[in-house]
Ligand binder design. Structure first.
Ligand code: 5GP
Length: 212
């Protein structure tokens, strides 16, 4: 197997350590929160605001087999793995969850960094698709799950078409996935409607505070 990603061995190693070399003996455990929501609902914008307001929070960097987009960095935006690396992490049970998203590329949450961050008392945010959220209910059952919903179906369509980053065919595919995700929102512990970034951020912060 050809290893290309310099982070691969760290991700494979269950004793992954963050820059803080070990957790203080008397530290409180952190907690992970799952955030899921359809395409164009505004997850990125809302989460950026949540992180700004919550300095002890930690974003789980996903692994993916898709290629980096311009400006994306390995180990910052994603761990960009080749197929063999991704399969090896799955086989070694080093993914909390993984899914083939939009029927093309695989995405997954490396387990070791998440467990390490929790051990360091961090509030961990896992942004995953519906498949991933369902798996995390088994692999990390204590993690509260939040669904970020649009104010309406029409508004979601307007936001997706308005941002203009996808072809018409891709927009249709994403909207079809969004319909499935919206139909599953009642599976989640919390539904937060993203009517404004400020309100959605506030609601998510309240949910997090409630669990701390
Ligand atoms: P993108 O390729 O646009 O960065 O991400 C596409 C989709 O992959 C996002 O909608 C996101 O929900 C999903 N995704 C990102 N990371 C993960 C992950 O670790 N696990 C799962 N299951 N889905 C992910």
């Amino acid at each position: 197997m050809e290893i290309e990603n310099p982070y691969f061995n760290q991700l494979l190693c269950p004793n992954f350590k963050t820059s803080e070399s070990s957790a203080p003996a008397n530290s409180c455990q952190g907690l992970a929160f799952v955030i899921c929501g359809p395409t164009a609902v505004g997850k990125g914008t809302v989460l950026r605001e949540v992180f700004r307001r919550l300095p002890q929070s930690w974003y789980s960097i996903s692994a993916t087999t898709r290629a980096p987009r311009p400006g994306e960095a390995n180990g910052k935006d994603y761990y960009f793995l080749n197929d063999a690396e991704f399969s090896a992490l799955v086989a070694a049970q080093q993914m909390l969850e993984w899914a083939t998203v939009h029927k093309i590329h695989r995405y997954g949450t490396p387990a070791a960094p998440v467990h390490d961050a929790i051990a360091h008392g961090k509030t961990v945010i896992l942004e995953v698709d519906l498949d991933g959220a369902r798996q995390i209910r088994h692999s990390l059952p204590q993690a509260p799950q939040i669904f970020l919903a649009p104010p309406s179906w029409e508004e979601l369509q307007t936001r997706l078409i308005g941002r203009g980053t996808e072809s018409q065919q891709e927009q249709q595919r994403r909207l079809a996935t969004a319909k499935i995700e919206l139909a599953a929102q009642n599976e989640f512990d919390y539904i937060v409607v993203n009517n404004t970034v400020a309100n959605a951020t506030e609601e998510i912060l309240q949910i997090i505070t409630q669990h701390r």
